[in-house]
Design a protein around this ligand. Structure first.
Ligand code: PDD
Length: 277
């Protein structure tokens, strides 16, 4: 069979990606991005547990056990000789099968994972970012770390085109999260963030932020805030495995607090670094 591809016409056998792969054709799969600091996984258990929750939510039954997965991830670091800062990308799809919307029978899930050197973007952590707000047009199951990232990709690009580094998403004015991060507002020493419902991705860093707040007597309040509340915020920050903790200096045209990274944000950055290091 001859196929048309990005390299022109090729024999099907010469394809360099899987033929009729459900991740590619339907976005029918889930993924994780995991940080590695000095050759060691950070928050690994949290990521693996979320991966299993995502798979269960879309009825992907992996042909590997959790113990197998830990073993594969361990081997991947060893085979690549990773000893410094890196990130791991991992995706599980429903597998390769003739294209039909319904789940294929007797097809095993596909697991792909790779590690890549990745340095911390300390500039953004120190200096903060600008953001824009956008209506959250995603579906109702954002707690699943789905491969379907089209709304997220479009939101991030919209931010970039407006000289911002992240988009803050809201449903009718209520802030859910960022295009690839969780969002927090600080007021009077208290940290507010959207509750970990199905409407947001329960971030692994978010879990760590909650733990650090609890351990250091910083009230952590799972209560969604409004875009309008940002005008009265002392601080706003965003978190993700890759970005860690980023102070937000501007939201649309509104300057957050005094326009400098805030005290609580700084404190959480310090505690996070201590925990990860
Ligand atoms: N994204 N919300 C969304 C929509 C995300 O895509 C991410 C992470 C987060 C933060 O999750 P965590 O703290 O577990 O990294 C929240 C990853 C980094 C990505 O897509 O590259």
């Amino acid at each position: 069979d001859v196929m048309l591809t990005e390299k022109g016409f090729v024999q099907k056998e010469e394809l360099t990606y899987p033929f009729e792969e459900r991740g590619l054709q339907f976005g029918d799969g889930v993924y994780e991005v995991i940080r590695i600091y000095e050759g060691r996984y950070y928050l690994l258990k949290e990521h693996v547990e979320r991966l299993y929750r995502s798979m269960a939510a879309i009825k992907i039954y992996p042909p590997f056990s959790e113990a197998d997965l830990y073993d594969y991830l361990d081997q991947l670091l060893k085979k690549n000789g990773v000893v410094s800062d890196a990130k791991l990308y991992l995706q599980v799809t429903r597998g390769s099968a003739p294209r039909n919307h319904e789940f294929p029978l007797n097809t095993g899930a596909n697991l792909y994972a790779y590690v890549k050197d990745f340095s911390r973007n300390t500039d953004l952590m120190r200096n903060g970012i600008n953001t824009i707000t956008l209506e959250d047009i995603r579906w109702e199951w954002c707690y699943i770390k789905s491969l379907n990232l089209l709304p997220n990709v479009i939101a991030k690009q919209e931010a970039k085109e407006n000289d911002a580094q992240e988009a803050i998403l809201h449903k009718n004015g209520l802030v859910t999260e960022g295009s690839s991060s969780n969002a927090y507002l600080v007021r009077n020493g208290k940290v507010y963030t959207h509750p970990a419902t199905k409407r947001i991705l329960g971030g692994c860093v978010r879990m760590k932020i909650e733990e650090l707040c609890n351990r250091h007597q910083i009230p952590f309040i799972e209560e969604a805030f409004q875009v309008e509340d940002i005008a009265y915020a002392d601080e706003v920050f965003m978190t993700s495995s890759t970005a860690e903790i980023l102070p937000v200096l501007k939201v649309d045209t509104v300057t957050v607090g005094d326009g400098e990274p805030g005290r609580i944000t700084r404190e959480l950055q310090r505690l996070y670094e201590e925990d990860a290091g």
